[in-house]
Unconditional design. Structure first.
Length: 198
């Protein structure tokens, strides 16, 4: 009887371990939120009358990816920043990109466009790389990331403001540009401040 009970416990334990490993495996195989959004948009607009929205959706997917990344990096800067300026900039990024993301969600919903809801693989990689740094090195890397990231965002959103087929998306992009350009200038100021403190 004891042998049967012991065997039963061992079998049950093995089953639990197998199920746990299976859950981890499934989690690892989850698609990147950017890929999911893009694939959903492809399907949505494949046979739609207004198929130009399929191209325009790329701008909104990119913007959501950027907002989600900036929010998380901003939180990290508030936690790990050495200089008060880094913490303050991180707080501003979290607040401004949260607001931008909420506005973006409204625009996307009105156009039946799917956008990422969670940080993408690229965004997570940026967070992981930044989280490895400490002190002044962290502040330098964060400031550099903010300058590079906002330069890329401005380039992409300028294209949307110029080339988007949908007039509402064009307007949304044009309205985004002043804030992005302001953020870039502030990021450059942060970069110079951090460099001077070295």
């Amino acid at each position: 009887m004891k042998k049967t009970t012991l065997f039963g416990k061992l079998f049950l334990g093995a089953a639990v371990v197998t199920m746990s490993l299976g859950a981890v495996s499934c989690k690892e195989k989850q698609k990147d939120s950017e890929e999911v959004a893009e694939e959903t948009n492809d399907e949505t607009f494949e046979n739609a009358e207004n198929d130009s929205l399929e191209d325009d959706s790329d701008y909104l997917v990119f913007a959501a990816e950027t907002d989600l990344k900036e929010i998380e990096l901003g939180k990290l800067a508030q936690q790990k920043g050495l200089h008060a300026e880094t913490k303050a900039f991180g707080k501003m990024m979290e607040e401004m990109h949260t607001k931008a993301l909420n506005e973006l969600k409204t625009t996307a919903a009105a156009k039946n466009i799917t956008i990422p809801q969670t940080i993408t693989e690229d965004g997570q990689e940026a967070w992981d790389n930044l989280n490895k740094k400490e002190g002044h090195d962290f502040d330098e890397a964060y400031a550099d990331d903010m300058v590079d990231g906002h330069e890329k965002a401005i380039n992409k959103i300028e294209k949307a403001a110029d080339k988007a087929q949908d007039p509402d998306i064009k307007t949304w992009a044009a309205n985004m540009l002043p804030n992005l350009k302001s953020h870039l200038e502030q990021a450059k100021t942060l970069e110079a401040t951090v460099d001077a403190a070295d």
